[in-house]
Write a protein that binds this ligand. Structure first.
Ligand SMILES: *Cc1c(COP(=O)(O)O)cnc(C)c1O
Length: 402
């Protein structure tokens, strides 16, 4: 029996130059975390008790009063909202998504983004009614106050590179306004390094993914006020059952949090910087590519390499190059959030030094192939947009090995 899943099930290896994306398996989970998960998998454990241990670690690290683990951040968003609709009322918990109480949940319209699924859907799943605040690229204090004035069960604030930050209401101001109206402010920070900031500002609950920068097993972390966290945890007797966190998620998240506390963050950054420096050095002479170091959009301590393609000089569009890189084996998946602007970002967080060197070789090979074959500049951005839907729908629940 082959014990390598890639050989056993003929999977395509992936080199991750995109960062932390759940679509390619989120994180490399550390050996220490895997060992603890392995131990718990062959045992029984009182889940209520295990969750209190998680709560203690979350409280210690974030400064929150309490904490619990959910299946993922999206589940945490649904369950914290549910908690604001039901409190610790077991009958109301079983009644969701129906509710006889206030169901308005405020969300800046500029935060109504898609992290793989829409933010507003995670809120609606609880039975809440989403009230967008402001416009696509503006949220002012008076917009939020007018919405709070009319009453709300909760207000959500999202920190993500996907949000529109033009004229955004700063988090401290958002939280302060919510406090004035005694409306709980929930902050979704799924992908952020800052584990203490929003709670120090007075957020009622903050949500992190265990499997993003924390590098744990698929899980969501809720840190916040005791009453709200308890009501969030109690949702496992209701709608939370459809998004259950198993013992592996809970142990995997606690272990990742503890590792985060002792991790040499400086050394990790130095290693990442080495990879960015390698790329800057080895890709600088490609005609039609301008390289620049780029600091993370939301202030995480990550520097990426941005390659801007001049299509006329390079003879290719950025999206054509990334498609070729993704079609190789191993697949090379780069960061493509702004690809329609001809920008490709190389993220140094989730690959080895050898893989970083392989990325250089692959990019040079593919650029040379376009040059030799003269087959760049064939697909417009609209072509790609169109093809993406077909690609999503092409998934069939079977694999033909012939
Ligand atoms: C990734 C992400 C989510 C979803 O996280 P999961 O744990 O994968 O469910 C939600 N919000 C933001 C801002 C994210 O970046």
């Amino acid at each position: 029996m082959m014990d390598d899943p890639f050989e056993r099930w003929r999977l395509t290896p992936v080199i991750n130059v995109t960062g932390t994306k759940t679509g390619i398996g989120a994180s490399r989970v550390a050996a220490e975390t895997r060992a603890l998960v392995d131990q718990i998998m062959s045992s029984f454990v009182d889940m209520d008790e295990l969750q209190t241990r998680a709560g203690a670690v979350i409280a210690r690290i974030t400064g929150a009063e309490a904490g619990c683990i959910t299946a993922c951040s999206a589940a945490a968003m649904t369950q914290t909202v549910a908690a604001c609709l039901t409190g610790a009322d077991l009958a109301r918990i079983e009644m969701l998504p129906q509710t006889d109480k206030e169901r308005r949940v405020l969300l800046p319209m500029s935060h109504m983004v898609n992290y793989g699924a829409p933010v507003d859907q995670a809120i609606r799943l609880a039975g809440a009614h989403v009230v967008p605040v402001g416009t696509a690229a503006t949220c002012e204090e008076w917009h939020l106050r007018a919405a709070l004035e009319r009453g709300a069960a909760a207000a959500m604030y999202v920190v993500s590179h996907h949000t529109v930050r033009e004229n955004e209401l700063p988090m401290d101001l958002f939280i302060a306004c919510c406090q004035e109206y005694e409306v709980p402010a929930i902050v979704d920070m799924a992908s952020e390094y800052d584990l203490t900031g929003p709670l120090a500002m007075g957020a009622s609950a903050v949500i992190y993914s265990g499997h993003k920068c924390l590098g744990g097993v698929t899980s969501g972390i809720v840190a916040g006020q005791t009453d709200l966290v308890r009501a969030t945890y109690l949702q496992h007797r209701g709608i939370g059952r459809t998004m259950k966190a198993g013992k592996e998620s809970i142990v995997g998240a606690i272990a990742a949090l503890e590792l985060w506390e002792t991790r040499d963050h400086q050394a990790v950054q130095v290693a990442e910087e080495k990879r960015v420096a390698l790329w800057s050095r080895s890709l600088s002479d490609i005609p039609g590519m301008t390289l620049a170091r780029h600091a993370d959009w939301t202030g995480n301590p990550i520097t990426r390499l941005c390659m801007t393609v001049d299509p006329v000089v390079a003879g290719l569009n950025a999206w054509e190059l990334t498609a070729r890189l993704a079609a190789r084996s191993p697949q090379i998946i780069v960061r493509d959030d702004l690809i329609e602007h001809q920008e490709i970002y190389l993220d140094p967080c989730n690959l080895t030094d050898d893989e970083a060197e392989h990325v250089v070789v692959a990019i040079r090979e593919e650029v040379a192939r376009f040059r030799a074959d003269g087959d760049g500049l064939q697909l417009s951005w609209s072509d790609i947009k169109h093809a993406r839907e077909a690609q999503i729908l092409a998934w069939r629940g079977n694999w033909d090995d012939s």
